[in-house]
Design a protein around this ligand. Structure first.
Ligand code: GLV
Ligand code: MN
Ligand code: MN
Length: 417
């Protein structure tokens, strides 16, 4: 069989998606099958062990680095050539699906199994990675493992990050689940190229009836934690003029960022996804609210404008309500453009395989945006049913999973010549 005719085994890939999805499985009210594998929890360990087992079964050389990133490599015929890398992440948000991240890792393994099965050698090695804590839902920032991998954050700093849920130290949790590896991080061996398959997580491909998204880049991300300290007081006896209510301020900020999206140019989006109210009682004016604001835009200057306006509004509310507001940046990444030649290659490959394509930016953050700092990088998107992700109902049709994995296979084959 010619290399151009080589295709992955869609059923084998789907079976692995289902099997990994059983680790940390959660079920929705309508029988939806989702996943809760927050980074460095017991469920994450169990998922890691399963995938590492598959990597070893395929005879790959598995390396685990100081931040717990796992890279499995199939040798090439040229001992001096840098590897072509693919992969993604297998951690999920607490109310996640079975496809976000997992698809890219398992499709990478399927690419390798296909090459093994057909006895295809490549000049470059091919590696499949899963990076620690892509989601950032437990340990901010998101894409933490790949950020450290490319030298964007010192490993010591990353190991000291504290969990949003229980305050645990990242390094302690990594040690607890047995994934502090001997390989130094940042990596000493930048890949020759990185291509990541991922679900779109939005509505565009499905709306337009397109099978393959050709991702041109990733929008900028700005996460801020605000800690609003007011004064706890009696709900019945405290006149409105005497209140210093941090929840009122949080509510004002929440509606302000929604208005902001209409006022700032580009495709500004804004989310308040986390609110922690103390003491959270019916008849007590709260004392403290901790909240997270997530701002994103494909345009860096527009994103900066949104950040400025948010900062002004926070300062105005602080004075008006006589609260004190602590500000902490949890994540800040500028928009990233992928390598034009690699993006073209993805597009040509998808069309050669007979798929409809569309170029689009990614709304979500991805490990690929970090790898783009050290090597030519691109991404392949497959449609998400109803545009849903970070939702238990996240789903991608098996035919689309197969299509995406075949585009990945043929792209990786070309890059590894
Ligand atoms: C992380 O993947 C994000 O986009 O929030
Ligand atoms: Mn993801
Ligand atoms: Mn995600």
């Amino acid at each position: 069989m010619s290399r151009d005719d080589l295709r992955i085994d869609g059923q084998r890939l789907w079976n692995r998606i289902v099997a990994l999805g059983e680790v940390g499985a959660i079920t929705g009210p309508n029988g939806e099958l989702g996943c809760a594998r927050l980074a460095l929890t017991d469920a994450d360990r169990e998922g890691r062990d399963l995938v590492v087992g598959w990597m070893r079964d395929l005879g790959l050389q598995v390396s685990i680095d100081a931040i717990g990133n796992v890279v499995a490599t199939r040798a090439g015929t040229d001992p001096t050539a840098a590897a072509v890398m693919t992969g993604s992440h297998i951690d999920t948000v607490a109310t996640g699906g079975r496809f976000d991240g997992n698809l890219g890792v398992l499709a990478g393994l399927e690419v390798i199994e296909t090459l093994e099965q057909h006895g295809i050698a490549t000049r470059r090695p091919i590696s499949v990675a899963f990076f620690t804590d892509e989601e950032g839902a437990r340990f901010a920032p998101d894409m933490l493992g790949s950020l450290v991998y490319v030298g964007g954050m010192a490993v010591e700093e990353a190991l000291d990050v504290r969990a949003a849920d229980d305050g645990a130290r990242l390094g302690d949790e990594l040690d607890r689940i047995g994934y502090v590896g001997p390989t130094p991080c940042p990596t000493a061996a930048a890949p020759a190229a990185y291509v990541e398959l991922h679900i779109e997580q939005g509505p565009i491909l499905e709306d337009e009836g397109v099978t393959i998204g050709v991702v041109e880049g990733v929008q900028g991300i700005s996460w801020t934690e605000l800690t609003i300290d007011g004064r706890s007081a009696h709900a019945g006896t405290t006149p409105m003029r005497l209140r210093r209510d941090p929840l009122y301020v949080a509510a004002e900020i929440t509606t302000f960022v929604r208005r902001l999206t209409a006022e700032v140019g580009g495709n500004q989006v804004a989310t308040v996804g986390r609110l922690d109210v103390r003491p959270n009682l019916v008849n007590v004016v709260p004392s403290t609210v901790t909240m997270n604001v997530d701002l994103r835009n494909t345009d860096e200057s527009a994103l900066q404008e949104a950040e400025r306006r948010l900062a002004d509004e926070v300062a105005r509310l602080e004075a008006a309500e006589q609260v004190t507001i602590g500000r902490r940046s949890l994540a800040r990444f500028e928009p990233v453009q992928f390598d034009p030649a690699t993006v073209d290659l993805v597009e040509e490959t998808a069309r050669r395989l007979g798929h409809t394509t569309r170029r689009l930016p990614s709304g979500a953050g991805h490990d690929a945006q970090m790898l783009a700092r050290v090597c030519p990088t691109a991404m392949i998107f497959t449609p998400s049913v109803n545009g849903l992700s970070h939702n238990i109902a996240e789903y991608t049709d098996p035919a689309d999973v197969t299509a995406g994995a075949n585009v990945l296979l043929q792209t990786v084959l070309r890059l590894s010549e």
